[in-house]
Design a protein around this ligand. Sequence first.
Ligand SMILES: C[S@@+](CC[C@H](N)C(=O)[O-])C[C@H]1O[C@@H](n2cnc3c(N)ncnc32)[C@H](O)[C@@H]1O
Length: 805
Amino acid sequence: MAKSKGKKPAKGGAGKVAEGYTHPDQTLLMRPEAGTQAQFRKKKPPQTYRYDSSLSPALDWDGGNGARELGEWLLSVIERTAALQAPHVLPSPEEFKTADGRVVLSVLSLQEAVDQLKRLSRPFLTWTGKAERLSFDVPTLPLFVHERLSTKAIVETLVGHKTDKQTDFWEMLGDPRHSITDQVLKAYEYPDKWVNRLILGDSLVVMNSLLHYERLGGQGQMIYIDPPYGVKFGSNFQPFVRKRDVSHGDDEDLTREPEMVKAYRDTWELGLHSYLTYMRDRLLLARELLTPSGSVFVQISDENLHHVRELMDEVFGSENKLAQVSFLRGGTQTTEKGLPANADFLLWYARDKDRSKAREMLLDDGGWAARSQDLWLESQTGERRRLAPGESPTAARVFTHRSLESARETGSDLNKFAIEFDGHEFWPKRGWSTTPNGVQRLKESNRFLRIGNSLRFIVYLNDFPYSGLTANWTDTIESGFASERVYVVQTAKKVVQRCILMATDPGDLVLDPTCGSGTTAYVAEQWGRRWITIDTSRVPLALARQRLLTATFPYYELKEPAHGPSGGFVYKRKQNNKGEETGGIVPHVTLKSIANNEPPAEEVLVDRPEIDNKIIRVTGPFCVEATIPTPVDWEGDGVEDSGTGTTEQHGSFIDRMLEILRKSPVLHIGGGKSVTLKNIRPPAKTLSLSAEAMVANGDDKPVALLFGPENGAVSEKLVHEALKEANLRGYTHLYVIGVGIQSNARTLIEKAVDMGMIPATYVQATPDIMMGDLLKNMRSSQIFSVCGLPEVKLHTVKPKCKDDE
Ligand SMILES: C[S@@+](CC[C@H](N)C(=O)[O-])C[C@H]1O[C@@H](n2cnc3c(N)ncnc32)[C@H](O)[C@@H]1O
C-alpha cells in the first residue's frame, strides 16, 4: 500500500516536488497502418548512440581513447582553479572536447574538477568488445499499426447482435459472476487520444523509434525491464502459447520464430559479454525515454545481479540508486552445494534521484513489521509489561516507545524544562519535541513510560497500523487462482504493482520493453497508467493480447471524469461497523497531534481508491504494432537496403545457406514431388544469383538458386533481376528460397513462363535455417518446401432479403 501525505496523492517523493512532463505539442504522432510500409523505406537514417569514453577500460591511463588526456586536462583545471580565490569558480565553464569536436565534459569549479577526477579512478566493469564500442547505430524505423483493439467495442458488438448467450461474454472475460444486464461496462480512456500500445519488435529498435520517430523522449515515468536472466538460448523464450514446461537444451522446446533466432544469434554471440552489451545499450535508451522524475526497475536473478547493478551504476550513476529489492518467487532453484536461491531481485534507479517520484509504500499488517523492536503490552487494567518472545497478544494493546527529545537543537530555552513522571525528574539534552502544554496533554493521555533513567513516549500499533515497505519482500509468491501463469517466466502481479504505485501517478506513462505475458501492461491498465510494451517474440505478445482483452478490473472512481485517470482517483475515509478503517484515507495519530490537541493527520493509501461496484471495467483501447522489415532488395553490392544489413553479414548468410542446402539438398515442390540437388556451388561472376546446382536424375544443365534475405520477404525486384540473369545465362529453372515473399514477387514467379522466361518456383525455407548450430537435430527433411496459398475465389452473392443489404 503506498501512502502520500494529506488528502491528495503526493506528486513527488522525499519531500521534493517532482516535475511532471508535457507532450511536446500535445498531439500524438499518428502511426501508419500496416500495409503502407513500402512508402517508409529509408525515410530516416539510423540513430547513433555514443558512450562516454571516459568510462571505457582506458581509465587505467594506458589506453589511447582520451581518458588520459581527460585526466591531464582535469589536473590542469584543478591547478588553475585552485589558484583562484574561494570558492574557486571559473568565470565561464571550460570544455574538454574529443578530436572530432564533441564536448565530453564541461567544468566550472575546482570542486567539479576534483569530483570528475575521482570518478575517473573508480573501478568499473569491463568486458570483451566494450572498449571498442564507443557508439552504436540503431535503425530508425516507423511503427505500423496492425490491429486496433477494444474489449468494450467487442462486447458491445456482440451484445448488439442480441444473442441469448449474454452471460458468455463474462465467461469470455474470465468473470462469470456478472450478467451483462446488471452491470455497466466501462474502460478508462485518455483525453489526448492516447491509446496504449503492444509492439512486436526488438526492444532497442522500438525504443529508438519511440525516441526518434515519435519524439517520446523524456516522457516515460517508469520503465520495467525483465530481461532474460542469462544467455542460454532455451532459457530466454517460451516457444509455444500453450507450453509452459519448457526444458533447457531440448531442441523440441526451442523457438523457430525467425526474428527470435536472429535476435538470439545477434545478441548472445559472445555469451555473457554480449549480454552485458545488450543490457547496457537498452539501459541507455531507457534512460533517454524517462522524464526527469522517472525511474527504471530491472528484474534479475542472482546469476547476473552483480553485473547488471554495475551497468546501472554506469548508465544511471550509483548516486541515483533507489533500492535493491529481493522478492520471493515460487520454486526454489536446486544447487549441488551452497544455498538454494528462492528470490529474484529488482534494481530500482532514478533518472535523477533528487527529482524522482518515489513514494513510501505501506503494508496493511497492523503495524507489526514497522515496530518490531522492544514491544510492550498494556492490559485492560492498564498494567504494562514487555512482550514475551513468541507471544502474539490479541486482547491487550501493543505498543513500542520513542524518545521525547527533539531531533535537532531547538535554539530556544522554551522547550528545555523538567518533566516529572513516575517519581523521577527528566531534563532534555537539546530540548523536548513539544511545549509544557503539550507535555501536559501527553501525560493526561497516559503516553509516558519510564525505562531506567529515560522518559519515553508510547506509540500504540493502533496509532497507525501500517508498516513501511522494506527492500525485502517476502509476500510475493502468488497462490491459488491468482498464481496461474500463462507464461513460463511471468512476473507476479504484486511485484509490478508495487513498483507502479511507488513510482507513478494515474495517467503516467509506463513502458516495458520485455513484455512477456504483459504483466506490466496488465497492472498499468488496472491502475489507470498509460502503457507501451514491447516483445520480440509473437508467442508472449499473443498471450499478453489475450490476457488484456479478457481482463476485468475494479472501476476506481475518477476525481475528474473528463480527464480520465490523469485527474486522479477518489479516496475517502471510511470505517466498518467494528470501527476499523476501510477507506483509502486513514488517520495517523502522532505525538504532535496529541500534544497539540489536533485531529490526527490523514494519509492516503494509494492502492485503496473508491470502487464503483456497479461498473465492470475492461481494458481500454489498445493497438498492436510492429516494426515490420520492409521487403528487402540488395543494393547491387550485395547489401540489404533495409538499413540494417552489412555485406559481411549477407556473405555469411549465403555461406550458411549453401552449407545447409548441401546437407539437406531436397526441395519439396508440392504434390508429393521433390527435387534433389547436387554440386551446389556459388555461380561465377553473378549479379543477382546466389547459387547454381545440378538436379539429380535431371538433364545436364544447371538450375539457378536465389536466396531471399535472412531478415525479410523476397521482393519483386529481387526476383525480377534473378529471373533476367538466370534466363540469359541459360539455366533451366530458377528456385527462389526464402522465409517470406511479397505477393507481387510470387505473381512474377508464377507468370515467368508466360512472360517468355525460364520456369521459376518459390520454395519456403523453415526458420530452422537460421538455427544452424543452435539445433543439435535440425529437421533437415522438411527444411525446404513449397508453401501453397489458400485458393480464394470471390463470388457476388445476391441479398436474400432487403434487411441483408
Ligand atoms: C523474462 S520475460 C518477461 C516476462 C514478463 N515480465 C511477464 O510477466 O510475463 C523476457 C521477455 O523479453 C523478451 N525479449 C528478449 N529479448 C528481447 C529483445 N531484444 N527485444 C524485445 N523483447 C525481448 C522475450 O521474448 C521474453 O518474452
